[in-house]
Ligand binder design. Structure first.
Ligand code: PHE
Ligand code: NA
Length: 457
């Protein structure tokens, strides 16, 4: 096989935009606000910041170091560390395959809702509209009883866009797309947050979110939630950052980039908390109920609560909806691109395919599965199953196994510390090895145990 030269990011800012684009996703907008609210409000920020500094950023640095040192996607990079470790890489590739298949579906729904925000298609029953009229969900799970073109068409469009960007390559596709997406996302989302802050009841919502419940800091479950949010939100443990860092130039500031990406992601998360809870405060005030009764996350927040808020707004409801759903689409697309790239580059490195072939074959299979499964009447049931599997086992298990294998079995943390120190602005001290070798594995083990216990209860 001819050794081709590996593609590279054009600029440092380009890599940063792509790394931030991968991190900032649906999790920032529809997961963080409720997790914070539900786990001590303002007091949640303490364990959250501890998790960012002791696990999030150190793990980002580790993934960047692995990708940068071995200049290959996850499975091949791990294989170069130690042959059997290649299996961990393929586990991560498998997780990315599964996430990609359903992440695309949520982006497609959000895209439809940009349009529905203008027409307010949901009338006065957003719940019935979403599950019944739009998804045409069947009453019972199992089997496949038909196909919904109104869901399939935006989904096909999402996949065409993602595959086209990936086919253009790292510099001309991924980097250029993120250089447009991220500034655009920040602007649209900021306008949405400002609009939310002007609503009656906004401060009630912010009070509900930020009023600290200090007793939460003594609750182990709150710490588990904080570490869980950081892992999910920074897309750690999926091989994504290994892959993106493999395209860095020889000279690259790994620690500095990890700090910027980590803090940018958390800033966006806080901003989302403010926007979402200002809007929920308005919703509660308009309905004469407590914020507690309307606070929610995920699908219920985006496709039920927000439509209700949009319809209740005295004016500018459509603008508000367009801004919100366009933000979801852009944040989602830049994450989806990174997830699919993990699979594409892994296969490319293994089989030696050209980029276009790899994108068409690998991306094509992912897109096909996505387009065949999710627009069916049962699509939402499958989404729930996938989501549960990923959250319970995918993330935590992959991160835990990575740390045990590289930290304890192969004892490579000193090597990566040295590698990072040779190129980075901020030098890593012993604290980095202690945190990744001891503190984080213990916490991850605790999280595994905690979710297994919940499963069996
Ligand atoms: N980090 C993304 C978010 O916060 C989610 C994500 C998870 C993206 C896994 C890629 C891989 O929404
Ligand atoms: Na995130």
């Amino acid at each position: 096989m001819v050794q081709q030269t590996r593609e590279q990011w054009g600029t440092r800012a380009g890599f940063l935009m792509a790394a931030i684009g991968s991190a900032v996703g649906l999790g920032n907008i529809w997961r963080f606000p409720y997790i914070a609210y539900d786990n001590g409000g303002g007091a949640f920020l303490v364990p959250y910041l501890v998790a960012l500094l002791t696990a999030g950023i150190p793990l980002l640095i580790l993934e960047y170091s692995i990708g940068h040192r071995y200049r290959s996607s996850a499975p091949l990079a791990y294989r170069r560390i130690s042959r059997p470790a290649e299996a961990i890489g393929w586990w991560q590739v498998a997780i990315c395959f599964v996430i990609a298949v359903y992440y695309g579906a949520i982006i497609a729904w959000s895209a439809s809702y940009i349009w529905f925000s203008v027409t307010e298609a949901w009338g006065d029953d957003p719940n019935g509209f979403f599950f019944g009229e739009y998804l045409q969900m069947s009453e019972t799970p199992g089997g496949v009883t038909g196909y919904v073109p109104a869901v399939a068409l935006p989904l096909i469009a999402v996949w065409v866009v993602v595959l086209a960007i990936l086919a253009l390559g790292i510099r001309k596709g991924v980097e250029r797309a993120n250089r447009i997406f991220i500034p655009l996302l920040v602007v649209l989302f900021l306008i949405m947050v400002v609009q939310a802050l002007t609503l009656e009841g906004a401060t009630t919502g912010l009070d509900a979110l930020f009023t600290p419940d200090w007793s939460a800091m003594l609750d182990g479950g709150v710490w588990v939630a904080a570490y869980g949010q950081i892992f999910f939100s920074l897309s750690i443990g999926f091989g994504i950052m290994v892959t993106y860092a493999s395209y860095l130039k020889r000279k690259a500031d790994l620690t500095g980039s990890a700090m910027v990406a980590g803090f940018a992601n958390s800033s966006f998360e806080l901003l989302a908390g403010i926007g979402v809870f200002a809007a929920l405060g308005f919703m509660a005030t308009a309905a004469g109920s407590a914020v507690d009764e309307v606070a929610t996350s995920g699908i219920g927040l985006a496709f039920i609560a927000f439509p209700q808020i949009i319809s209740t707004l005295p004016f500018g409801g459509s603008v508000f909806g367009v801004l919100f759903f366009a933000s979801l689409v852009i944040a989602g697309l830049s994450s989806l691109i990174s997830i699919v790239e993990v699979v594409v580059s892994a296969v490319q490195d293994r089989v030696g395919l050209g980029r276009l072939q790899a994108v068409l074959m690998v991306g094509g299979v992912i897109a096909l599965v996505s387009v065949l499964v999710f627009p069916t009447h049962e699509g939402l049931y499958y989404l729930d199953v996938f989501d549960h599997f990923i959250n319970q086992y995918g993330i935590v298990l992959a991160a835990l196994v990575t740390l045990i294998v590289f930290g304890w079995v192969l004892r490579r943390l000193p090597l990566f510390q040295e590698h990072s120190n040779a190129v980075s602005s901020i030098r890593l001290g012993a604290w980095w090895k202690i945190t990744l070798g001891v503190v984080t594995p213990i916490l991850l083990g605790f999280m595994m145990w905690d979710s297994l216990r919940a499963e069996l209860a």
